[in-house]
Design a protein around this ligand. Structure first.
Ligand SMILES: Cc1ncc(COP(=O)(O)O)c(C=O)c1O
Length: 450
């Protein structure tokens, strides 16, 4: 590597001495100093094209002028006042707009929080209170956050769950419908949704459906490896929920706000969920989360069942209002669809050349590139993912991986075609370097990721 990263390295060293490493998932020694659009600059002045968007938190890109303006203007008026005690206009204006764009042609209510994790905790509370039932079903491989409730819902990494038990009781996990690694070795042509039997069997033998409050699903699995469920699975799951009085809840924290070429991931399926969990890109990087649900569900809890001092921060509210405006004005949803398709087609061209790319999948600008040791066994190539991402970073592209081996392609939706082309060329070069054994094993000590 010929670039200077001395300042970044010294920041990393200081971090290791003071920050609890339970909160770190490093991929490369990057200390961010600035960002503009889809470009990041590190503490040493090196620039990178951002294919991660702060883990899908920056759909409008870095420092969008309209969002920066909204933030600075509001900061001059007032920075915060405990919302549970008072009211303010930025919140009511934002709340109405979010209710209007979330799916569901019924009367809704919204409540805010600070991070996707607390919204998922709130979801459990509302679901249990409304239904009077205790059990919640979520999916293996999912990540729903790091608070106790959200960890209990998650099932992707034992380190999250070790040593901290007991977790929240009555949360059960089933497999996400994964057509690439179908557990029944079916193809689209002979699939009879064998995977839904797991839920039906659970209901028959050990999980009384009338005790299940909610099923929580990501409409496109994120950290499980960007898996797109078949539409017929989603339809069936939805009808099972309806037949059994179970709430159908979607976690849109990662896929919301235009990321999948629709306002929300679930809009790709024409399903009206009972409850929607929001976060990340809602306020373009300012801390904010929300739960939107049918009015009667949200009226099932009494105050102060879900309050936070820092909730509904007016700066975050103004940032969120500006975010919605930018998404509309710059047609970021359409852009996500067309440029997302373009990226997928370019990765599929690469797939023809490199056996290591087992699958390319995704919707809009949520794309997963599944790296395998062998296309028949589909064995995950975790070292390849770590080394390719590291090499891409050395050459000016920020790309990471999830599920040990799946390249995470989730750039800011404002990225342009030229930036995409440069990034994909650099990723392709990194793949070649990996295949030529040019990336040292030392990288594996640094690039840990998920
Ligand atoms: C689908 C999903 N839900 C919830 C969360 C948790 O959000 P936060 O990290 O803002 O608490 C994440 C974070 O990655 C996520 O991807």
């Amino acid at each position: 590597m010929n670039k200077n990263i001395d300042k970044c390295k010294s920041i990393v060293e200081k971090d290791k001495e003071i920050y609890a490493q339970a909160g770190k998932l490093p991929y490369f020694p990057l200390a961010v100093k600035k960002g503009q659009g889809a470009i990041i600059e590190d503490a040493d002045g090196n620039q990178y094209i951002d294919m991660l968007a702060s883990a899908a938190m920056l759909n409008t890109g870095h420092c969008h002028p309209k969002i920066v303006e909204a933030i600075t203007n509001q900061a001059k008026d007032f920075v915060h006042y405990i919302y549970p005690y008072v009211y303010h206009e930025p919140l009511v204006e934002l709340a109405k707009q979010i209710i209007d764009i979330t799916p569901g042609n019924f009367e809704k209510r919204i409540i805010f929080g600070l991070t996707g994790s607390d919204a998922n905790d709130g979801m459990i509370k509302f679901a249990r209170a409304y239904t009077g039932r205790s059990k919640i079903i979520s999916f293996i491989g999912s990540y729903h956050g790091s608070t106790y409730g959200a960890i209990s819902l998650s099932a992707l990494n034992l380190n999250m769950r070790r040593k901290i038990g007991p977790l929240l009781p009555e949360i059960h996990h089933i497999h996400y419908p994964d057509c690439y690694r179908c557990r029944f070795e079916k193809k689209e042509c002979n699939c009879n949704l064998e995977c839904i039997n797991e839920l039906e069997n659970a209901f028959k033998y050990y999980l009384a459906p009338e005790e299940v409050a909610a099923i929580l699903i990501e409409p496109i699995a994120g950290d499980a490896g960007f898996i797109v469920p078949p539409k017929k699975y989603m339809d069936k799951l939805y009808s099972i929920c309806k037949e059994n009085g179970i709430l159908f809840v979607v976690d849109e924290v990662q896929q919301g706000f235009g990321r999948t070429g629709e306002w929300f991931g679930i809009d790709n399926f024409n399903i009206e969920p009972d409850m929607v969990v929001l976060g990340k890109s809602i306020a373009s990087g300012m801390p904010m989360s929300a739960i939107v649900a049918r009015k009667e569900i949200m009226e099932s809890l009494d105050a102060p069942a879900h309050t936070f001092t820092g909730t509904a921060n007016p700066i975050s509210c103004k940032a969120a209002i500006a975010t919605l405006q930018v998404i509309r004005e710059e047609k970021l949803i359409e852009r996500s669809k067309t440029l997302g398709e373009y990226m997928k087609s370019r990765f599929r061209e690469m797939q023809k050349k490199y056996e290591i790319i087992g699958d390319v999948r995704g919707v809009g600008m949520t794309i997963g590139v599944d790296l395998v040791k062998d296309r028949t066994t589909k064995e995950r190539d975790a070292n390849a993912a770590a080394k390719i991402c590291y090499s891409a970073w050395e050459n000016g592209v920020l790309v990471t991986f999830v599920s040990s081996n799946v390249l995470r392609i989730q750039p800011p939706l404002v990225i342009n075609k030229e930036q995409i082309d440069i990034s994909l060329d650099i990723i392709e070069e990194a793949i070649k370097s990996y295949l030529n054994n040019e990336i040292s094993d030392e990288v594996l000590e640094i690039s840990k990721g998920w």
